[in-house]
Design a protein around this ligand. Structure first.
Ligand code: ATP
Ligand code: MG
Length: 332
């Protein structure tokens, strides 16, 4: 039996090149090496307020985009988190073995909490739900961007704690390994290269969406923040320039030595033009596939239905095992 891979993305905002290079590209690349489950995590999205109509629309569009980037529904299960109730059920059971201190230490929690007047309990619990998503399928590999490394560590801590409390000498949960891309694990905002590119950030020049028209992509990249140097100097790379080089390298799979040779001494204006063309060339075919997929009435809904039907029994089995281990009554 092949090991399992699991990963998720929130239906918030519009998926961007950071999501693609940090996670989605790897999802498509490694899917055939594993039994693969890819999840649109809408229960995570509602940890901050989402307009209900928009959330539904974004969920379907994101499913279409995941198919467009190459997730093969004949092989991989593409699902919406909320359609498998076991995610929420396991999350509760794991909440009960998770010390609050572990959650309060999470960088993303601290950042989100700092910007909000009232902090929803869901924001604190977010990483427990994420641990449940992964442990529910005993996933061995989790391909994510670097910002999720800390949450993955926590998922392992929770799994370990559960195993030692309830495993009776056996491991109930497999330890999930973090799988980062070699280049592009943390793409930075084009406008603020000291902050990671995020769907939920608001600045119009912050992120290149996978659905941006080519003229918009060019405009955003040409306006990207650089620094006061005139040209690329690899001995003294500012964060903005380094980010542009990373974007180019990840989209074109250029080896590091070739990248250096090609871009050393290039003026920033020319660097930006090169990066913009590389991004447009990579994204245009995805957009064409996306439009085809969304034009086929009922296709996305069918894929999501089949995915959920395929993996629900695995999820339910895990919850049953966990309940039995904890001494929670199950109907016979
Ligand atoms: P939000 O702002 O709503 O949290 P997000 O852009 O962080 O949106 P998520 O849905 O939280 O996107 O994450 C989906 C996947 O994309 C995760 O694996 C995450 O690690 C990865 N990812 C997110 N942002 C980046 C980035 N800037 N660079 C590389 N990978 C990223
Ligand atoms: Mg995020």
């Amino acid at each position: 039996m092949k090991a399992r891979v699991f990963s998720g993305i929130q239906p918030t905002g519009s998926p961007h090149i950071g999501n693609y290079l940090g996670a989605l590209k790897n999802w498509a690349k490694i899917q055939y090496d594993y039994e693969s489950i890819y999840c649109i995590v809408d229960l995570h999205a509602v940890t901050v307020y989402q307009d209900p109509k928009e959330l539904l629309r974004k969920t379907e569009e994101l499913a279409g985009m995941l198919l467009a980037i190459g997730i093969d529904p004949a092989h991989s299960s593409l699902v919406v988190q909320s359609s498998i109730p076991a995610h929420a059920e396991l999350a509760w059971l794991l909440t009960c073995v998770t010390p609050i201190g572990w959650l309060e230490r999470m960088t993303q929690y601290k950042m989100k909490a700092a910007t909000q007047e009232t902090i929803g309990d869901g924001i604190l619990q977010y990483p427990v739900l994420m641990a449940a998503d992964i442990l529910l399928y005993n996933a061995a590999i989790v391909p994510v961007g670097d910002d999720q490394s800390q949450h993955l560590e926590l998922a392992r801590d929770i799994a370990q704690r559960f195993n030692s409390l309830y495993g009776n000498g056996q491991d109930i949960f497999v330890m999930p390994a973090t799988h980062l891309p070699t280049v592009g694990a943390r793409i930075m905002g084009l406008d603020e290269p000291d902050k990671k590119m995020s769907k939920s950030a608001t600045g119009s020049g912050h992120a290149v969406s996978l659905l941006d028209d080519p003229p918009v992509i060019r405009k955003k990249i040409l306006r990207a923040t650089t620094d006061s140097n005139p040209a690329v100097d690899f001995e003294n790379l500012g964060a903005g320039v380094e980010n542009l080089l990373t974007i180019y390298q990840a989209f074109t799979d250029t080896p590091a030595d070739k990248l250096r040779e090609y871009f050393s001494g290039m003026r920033y204006g020319d660097l930006k033009k090169q990066v913009a063309e590389a991004v447009v060339a990579a994204i245009e075919p995805l957009q064409a596939r996306y439009r085809q997929i969304m034009d086929e009435t009922g296709y996305v809904a069918r894929v999501l239905q089949e995915g959920a039907e395929r993996i629900t029994p695995i999820a339910n089995q895990t919850v049953e095992t966990v309940k039995r281990a904890m001494g929670i009554y199950t109907l016979r």
